[in-house]
Design a protein around this ligand. Structure first.
Ligand code: CP
Length: 334
């Protein structure tokens, strides 16, 4: 049984297999490849792209998706082993995951960071509880640590734009926001880009380092694929000559539930990091702009970047459909 809740479940070979299949099926629709199959989708938080793209994949492939919104029509779920369940979480994942497995052929889980800090996010307790107790394959629709489907869509978009990802210079740049955000998307972009052989430059202000375990994993992929990874606090330096600029906000390294979130101070300190055309002008002439969406316009990214011809954000979102169809097929054995 193949679960995919992190890029590590695919490795560089699996990433390549999924990207190749996604590209091929994007050219020639494979039709009903999941006839009569059911995907159960458990959402702990809102979604536009993930929800719609997975539902579309299942319906167009001859299957069906059952969507469950935790806390809204479905019991609030507990993940902690040994929890005394005397608050609002009425059901434990230890029962919910195997029970759902009796009804569906695959389970998709969408859960963010619970705000317990980087170490808790690294442990990824909610999705790992589902993974532990499910008796059908579990696919991540984003969790505290990673958003692998987003990372795959990002890599497919780079491949389509430039023909190859091998040794492609790309910059992952931190961007401002009104609140500290989880690191799942930057983690998955870094891991996917490294697994696809890119030369990744990561730029962020001091104090916003990605988790050492994620960086070590990405380094291993880069070593295996001929790519490379560099880190800098100098955004301009990272942008020079980049063929793609990927903007994403994320929270400070020591972020926990009790970290003060002085939004005004954060924006005031780092508002210059918001990508504008001035930033894009430092990159290569044909540089593409990427963002996972949703994006807060003129806080995280300037209108002039999102509305420019070089922006691939809508195509990138559209590629979620194509990589997820290929990924589910890969999980089911190809
Ligand atoms: N990028 C992404 O996962 O979008 P949604 O939150 O809308 O699903």
């Amino acid at each position: 049984m193949k679960h995919v809740t992190r890029i590590q479940d695919l490795g560089p070979e699996g990433v390549e297999a999924v990207l190749s299949q996604a590209a091929a099926w994007k050219q020639k629709d494979p039709g009903h490849i999941f006839p009569g199959k059911l995907l159960g989708m458990v959402f702990f938080n809102p979604s536009l792209r993930t929800r719609t793209s997975f539902e579309a994949v299942m319906l167009r492939a001859g299957g069906h998706a059952i969507v469950l919104d935790v806390g809204s029509g479905v019991w609030k779920l507990e993940d902690r082993p040994g929890a005394v369940m005397n608050a609002d979480r009425a059901e434990h994942i230890k029962e919910a995951s195997p029970v759902l497995s009796r009804f569906v052929d695959m389970l998709g889980i969408r859960t963010f960071s619970q705000g317990g800090g980087d170490e808790e996010d690294e442990a990824d307790p909610v999705i790992n509880a589902f993974r532990k107790w499910a008796t059908v394959p579990v696919v991540s629709m984003e969790s505290a640590r990673e958003h692998p489907c987003q990372g795959l869509a990002d890599a497919l978009t780079l491949r389509e734009t430039f023909g190859t990802t091998k040794k492609l210079p790309v910059t992952l740049t931190w961007a401002p926001h009104i609140k500290p955000l989880p690191k799942a998307v930057p983690n998955s972009f870094l891991l996917s880009a490294a697994a696809a052989g890119c030369e990744v430059r990561v730029a962020h202000p001091p104090g916003f380092d990605l988790h050492p375990a994620v960086r070590a994993e990405a380094e291993a992929y880069a070593k295996a694929t001929g790519g490379s990874i560099t880190y800098t606090h100098d955004q301009d330096e990272a942008l020079v000559g980049s063929r793609a600029v990927y903007a994403k906000s994320w929270g400070p390294t020591a972020q926990t539930a009790s970290t003060p979130t002085d939004v005004a101070a954060l924006l005031a300190s780092y508002s210059g990091w918001m990508p504008t055309r001035r930033h894009m002008a430092k990159a290569a002439k044909d540089a593409a702009f990427l963002h996972c969406l949703p994006v807060r316009r003129n806080v995280e990214v300037a209108d002039e970047v999102l509305d420019h011809a070089s922006s691939r954000v809508v195509d990138e979102a559209g590629n979620r459909y194509h990589v997820q169809r290929a990924l589910l097929a890969w999980m089911r054995g190809g």
